[in-house]
Every structure is written in C-alpha cells, then in structure tokens.
Design a binder for this molecule. Sequence first.
Ligand SMILES: *[C@@H]1O[C@H](CO)[C@@H](O)[C@H](O)[C@H]1NC(C)=O
Ligand SMILES: *[C@@H]1O[C@H](CO)[C@@H](O)[C@H](O)[C@H]1NC(C)=O
Length: 372
Amino acid sequence: MHLTATDTGYSAALAVTAIFMLALSYANGFATLPTELDRTQRCHLERTYKMVGYNCANLNLKEIPQWLKTNLEILDLSFNRIRDLNVQSFARYESVKYLYLFENMIQNIEEGTFSELSNLEAIDLSFNALKSIPLEIFQLPSLRNLYVGHNVLQDLEADLTALQKPIKAPLQVLSIADCRLQRLPDFGILPDLWHLNISSNPMKELTLQQLSPMCNLNMIDLNNTKTDGCACQVMAAELVLRGTTVKYLPMSCIPISVSEQERCKAEFNDKRTEDDFYAFEQCMEVRKARKLDNEAKVTWMTISGIVALCIVLFALILYCLHRRNAKKLKASRRTKKRAALNNINRVISTPSQAEEEPVGTAKNEKLLSDCD
Ligand SMILES: *[C@@H]1O[C@H](CO)[C@@H](O)[C@H](O)[C@H]1NC(C)=O
Ligand SMILES: *[C@@H]1O[C@H](CO)[C@@H](O)[C@H](O)[C@H]1NC(C)=O
C-alpha cells in the first residue's frame, strides 16, 4: 500500500509536469511560431520592371527574413523594427539591386555585411539610429544611389579618413541630410555624383574646396545648413557658374551688397591655394578620360560595324556569283545532256523512224533502186 501511494504520487507529479509542458509547447506553438510565420509569409512577391522583388515593409520584422527567393533583386524592409545587421543578413541575397532599410532602428552594422553585394545599385538607410556606416559601402562596384540621411553621423568625417580613395562606387546620388554633420566629409573624387543632399546639417563651414571633388554636380540641397556667409557666397556663385542648381540657399549666402560680394571674393582669392582645386581637376580628368574612352569605343564599334557589313556584303556577292555560275553550269550541262540525249535518240530512233521519214525512205528506195 505504502509503495503504491508513493507510486501514484509520483505518476501524478509526472502527469502534471507533462500537462504543463504540453501547455507550454502549445502556447509557444500558437503564440509565437505561427505569428512569426504568418508575418514573414506576408512579405509578398512583386514583380517590378521584370525584376523579382519582395515587399516586406511594415511587418514588425526584427530580423531579415531568410527564406525568400535567393534571386530577388528588390528587397523592401522599410518601416520595421530591425536593430542589427550582420554578415549573415544578406548572405543569401547576393543578386539584390535595390535594398530599402529606411525607418527601422538600425544601430549596428557589422563590418562586411554588404561586402558581397556586388549588384547593389541603391541602398536606403535613412531614418535609423546609425552612428557610422560600414566603409565597404563606398567600394560596392555598382552602387549609384546612397541614402543615409536622418542618422547620427556626426563622426562621419573622422570615420572616412580610413576610406580608400578614390572610391569604387560610381555614386550618382548621395543624401546625408539631417545627420548632425558639422563639416562635409571627404569622399574623394566623385565624378558621377550629380545630386547631393546635405540639408539640415549644422555645418560650421562649407567651402567651394570641399565641393571640388564633385565636378559633375547638378543639384545641391542646402536647406537649413547654417554656414559661414562669405565662404558660402563664393561657393554658391561658383556653383551657379558651373551650372549647378542650388536649392534653398541659406540667407547668409546671399550677398547684401555688391561691395560685400567683392570683399568676399577678394578674401577668398587671398586664401586660395593651387591645391584647393586639384581635386576638381582630377575629377574632370577622370570624366574626360572616360569620354575619350567612350568616343574611342564608339569609333571602334563603327569601324568594326563597317568591316562586318563589308564582309557580309562580300560573302553575299560571292554567294550570288556562285549560285549564278552553278545555274549556268547546270543549264549548260542540261543542254549538253539534252543534246546528247537527242543524239542518242536520233541514233536509236533512226531505223525505226524510217517509215516516218519520207526523205530517208526515198533515199533508201533510191539506194535500193540504184542497186537494181
Ligand atoms: C533632401 O533631404 C530632405 C530630408 O530628407 C528632403 O526633405 C528633401 O526633399 C531632399 N531634397 C531633395 C532636393 O531631394
Ligand atoms: C528646410 O528644412 C526645414 C527644417 O528641417 C524644414 O522645416 C523645411 O520644410 C525645409 N524646407 C524645404 C523647402 O525643404
């Protein structure tokens, strides 16, 4: 009896534990697993311009989904709750061209996270909590558009001293708006850059020299950049001369009078050294070399096109000649054959045709009669 009592107590305890475990696994199963699955399944596949894309925006995601098709080219992860990115985050998605990560809570990006994304053309990291950006971004060979505005990048200038210049990314559009920058960092020459947004930064100074490495600048947004008047005046005047559209020029950059303008210009020319515009000339040289390269390419393509056309024409002429000769040969062969056939026919048919040939018959008769 004593034994069975402890036995029942023991098995009751076991049963309770089992039920508890079961309940726990059910809770886990129903409360967490399905919702996670449900959410990620709601990343929907979209085809835009024949590209495979996933729209995972606004799904409360904390991690990068790892079960999307690996050949995706567009990945929209905006408006989520992602905090960290690491080397594994995009390891499966090397074909991605457009990556949208704006409006998350990204604080840390492990070095190497983007290194293998050689197809990446645009990345938007705006509205996050980044204190720095991984330098490998600037070496991505296809990256044209980089948006990192609305982060806390006040140390970007110091971070970029370690940057290998000139950068490999053919940057065309760069937004570093509202990043608490006090100076424009040095990215090295940017011969493709045509759009620069540095609005809403408390710039202590902004000079023409700092913009020198961007010789192709078409548009610059200077809204709400508090900057020194004289340097800014000279810069704005020069940019306008270069054909750059300056959006929202700070009031301090607009000269009050002609005399002030002259004073600023004189001051600038006094300070100016040859090195100041070295970057601009370098940038122009890259563009010029590229233009010459393109022209050479076009010339070569034209020449090879003409040569190819000549070869095709020549081949066509040869072919036509050959066909004509072949036809002629055939025709002459045919006539020869026909003639030969006729001859044979004549030889064969002459005796049997004797009756039909009055002349022949007459001749024969004549011969016969002659014999008589
Ligand atoms: C520059 O960035 C600000 C802040 O993100 C944005 O409001 C503004 O439209 C941008 N300017 C241009 C010209 O795109
Ligand atoms: C300029 O920046 C301020 C402050 O961020 C903003 O309120 C304003 O709308 C901006 N103006 C334009 C024209 O973008």
